[in-house]
Design a binder for this molecule. Structure first.
Ligand code: PLP
Length: 372
């Protein structure tokens, strides 16, 4: 089955670049597994820091870092001089809003599936979230009705998660971008879940992402692209001079690997993997898929059988990870309601396989769901 998924050679290449996993890893939406080369180049950089000092090592890595900036710029849809390294997606959002002329009490339009920690960032600036209208239970935006809300509310900005963290849902950012441009309101896109996973997001004034998820770079590195002129300060405080440079080197190496694998093939294969995984897992043991079966992304979220509480799902996720719920250890994510507080979504299990997933991985998980 998984051999018949688009671009099997890309899956094989992705696998060959990596250490043999000790678990069935279905958790790239939390943190993808880095390649051997990413790990090696980071550790080489740390060794250079120990041999020549951090500043000389940083200067030696300048070309790698600028190649990384240019590659990230391509994936974000910005020019290299509009792209800044941050420490995480959240620190990018904090820095963006800090640099924008927003007043406490202003509205900010968001998707109903907005990520809870992002809402906490908005609240820290005194911003009032206003959910935009959607067309279905899954949460796809209603772009025409959204245009009316945006025109009426005149928000400080519109913020969209390209994919939310708790459902395999893909929004049309370009379409929302056209709505925002017509209204003269900036659009900020959270690409934490879409970066290196689905085709680049175009049409937003700022887009931010993280290294560790679908790109499989190191933790503690994020990135943001900002259209020149969005932020009033001549030199906005976006990129720390003092940083984990080894991490940025690893990020650059992961970007180069993504380019070598072929972004278009990666996106097609990941979308096909989501469709195959949903078809395999939907209904197993009474668990049900919560997004559209055909949604073009690799994430599957499963709602538990009738009668399960969120705590039960969390316990099951722990048992899977510990290896007591199946014949192998299986790493997944428990999704609690705090991920999307505006929706009050029930607890669910997120399966986020990467390019190397096999039929056996899905069978092992399906068997565990059946006997849960
Ligand atoms: C993971 C995630 C973030 C946060 O990314 P960090 O790098 O941990 O700050 C933000 N938004 C969404 C939708 C996410 O899934």
């Amino acid at each position: 089955m998984t051999n018949s998924i688009a671009h099997p050679e890309v899956g094989a290449e992705f696998r060959a670049l990596r250490y043999e996993p000790d678990v069935v890893h279905l958790d790239s939406a939390a943190a993808g597994r880095a390649s051997r080369n990413v790990v090696a180049r980071m550790s080489e950089h740390l060794e250079r820091e120990a041999r020549v000092g951090g500043y000389v090592a940083h200067a030696e890595a300048a070309e790698t870092l600028e190649q990384g900036r240019a590659a990230a710029a391509g994936l974000l849809g910005f020019a290299p001089h509009e792209v800044f390294f941050t420490e995480s997606a959240r620190s990018a959002l904090l820095a963006l809003v800090h640099n924008m002329p927003v007043e406490a009490g202003s509205p900010v339009c968001v998707v109903p599936s907005e990520f809870g920690p992002n809402l906490a960032v908005f609240a820290s600036f005194g911003l009032r979230p206003i959910p935009l209208p959607i067309t279905d239970r899954v949460g796809h935006l209603d772009y025409e009705a959204s245009a009316e809300v945006i025109a009426r509310e005149r928000p400080a900005f519109v913020h969209i998660c390209v994919h939310p963290s708790h459902r395999g849902l893909v929004q049309d950012v370009a379409r929302l971008g056209a709505v925002c441009r017509a209204a003269g309101v900036p659009l900020i896109a959270d690409a934490a879940q879409s970066f290196a996973h689905t085709p680049p997001v175009l049409g937003a004034d700022a887009v931010y992402a993280t290294s560790r998820k679908w790109l499989c770079g190191p933790r503690g590195v994020g990135v943001v692209g900002v259209r020149s002129g969005l932020l009033p300060a001549a030199e906005p405080l976006l990129e720390s001079a003092e940083a984990n440079i080894a991490g940025r080197v690893g990020f650059a190496v992961a970007l180069a690997e993504h380019q070598t694998l072929g972004p278009a093939a990666v996106y097609e294969r990941l979308a096909a993997i989501g469709q195959v995984a949903r078809a395999r897992l939907n209904g197993a043991g009474g668990w049900s898929v919560s997004e559209d079966m055909e949604e073009p992304c690799a994430v599957t979220t499963l709602l538990p059988p009738h009668g399960w509480s969120g705590r039960d799902v969390q316990g099951f996720r722990e048992a899977l990870a510990a290896g007591t719920a199946a014949s192998a250890r299986i790493v997944t994510t428990y999704l609690g309601p705090e991920r999307a507080p505006l929706e009050d979504a029930p607890g669910a299990l997120r399966i986020s396989p990467h390019l190397d997933v096999t039929e056996r991985h899905l069978d092992v998980l399906a068997a565990a769901l059946d006997s849960a």
